[in-house]
Write a protein that binds this ligand. Sequence first.
Ligand code: DAH
Length: 428
Amino acid sequence: MARVVSMVHSSLFYRNSLFQHRNGFKCFTFSIPFSTATASSLPATKKWRQPAASVVELGGVKIAKDDVVRDDPTNNVPDTIFSKLGMQLHRRDQHPLGILKNAIYEYFDTNYQNKFDKFDDLCPIVSVQQNFDDVLVPADHVSRSYNDTYYVDSQTVLRCHTSAHQAELLRKGHTNFLVTGDVYRRDSIDSTHYPVFHQMEGVRVFSPVDWEASGIDATSYAAEDLKKCLEGLARHLFGAVEMRWVDTYFPFTDPSYELEIYFQEKWMEVLGCGVMEQEILRTSNRPNNVAWAFGLGLERLAMVLFDIPDIRLFWSTDMRFTSQFSKGELGIKFKPFSKYPPCFKDMSFWINESFTENNLCEVVRDVAGDLVEEVQLIDNFTNKKGMTSHCYRIAYRSMERSLTDEEINELQFNVREQAEKKLNVVLR
Ligand code: DAH
């Protein structure tokens, strides 16, 4: 998340997990009270709305738009995000994300005799407790900020990772499980970042009988089993690739690792994992067990496995995209149907203290939807009076058709107007 804005296309797989930082190292802190942060960064002006279905069904529960999108300082969910709830791309067997999910299922079913319980329809609206507290995310962690997470109200969020379901499933008695779902994060805009993406979480719990016979301690036993399992999974998906384990930090695991594979001449991070913090097991009524857990991003892997060049394509309903994939076929390479020209527009403005790039990107997405390909900071300076100016370059490009000048000018006009209004920046 703390990416350098200028690392764009070359940074295809650069993104590190939001949770790898003890509390994050963005250039500003989030101790501002929730309501003040909202009021200053997104003033309570009437939100610009685009028509969307007003009720969705999530995990068997009907959710009305008004429950999720409100003009209220504790809410920062835009209409465009509401319209993604319930799409569940990972449940479509012919969609690259569904094909990948099923390939991972197949690995677990074959190697663990169907022992893993599978969940792919859990409601993405979860409590702050589930999303953060239950998995020990520190109170001052950057991921909890209004700038990074979509809040429905002060105690409810759109889950920003599938780890939000770990504790609840452990409490219900599940000891081997996979959770797949759509996750939501406020973020910058480029070809690998989209505010909705998909993750899969895996958890395996061990009992004393499992490790006692092995002669090694419980943590080492779990870590060894975890590595063996995930190396097998990587081979199942990518073939005979070179792999390496990198030590890292997550609030929910200790020790924590990242698995990297050498693929297409680069080391690429495949997933994050580790031995579950004992505290999570203790509070889930399993004090005498140890467990491992992992989390992986489906888009990141699918982009590589299917050669998909832009994350927006996963949402395309264009037959030229959807018809290229078939159930059960992981090896298919996407053939771009055409590359339409991008159009670049720059905008410069004086920022204020509460300005963030994520807020700007939210404004741009609100106006341009999937027609925006990238928002990049190209100039940044502070004058003698201490005023800071940013210049952003916005790339507009449709995945499906050519855009007209007129259309782009109108988008840019609206972006400028909304940025001024919602972010209180001063256009130059
Ligand atoms: N929740 C992490 C993320 O979204 C991914 C993750 C890392 C999940 C390690 C895990 C884990 O279960 O053990 O970045």
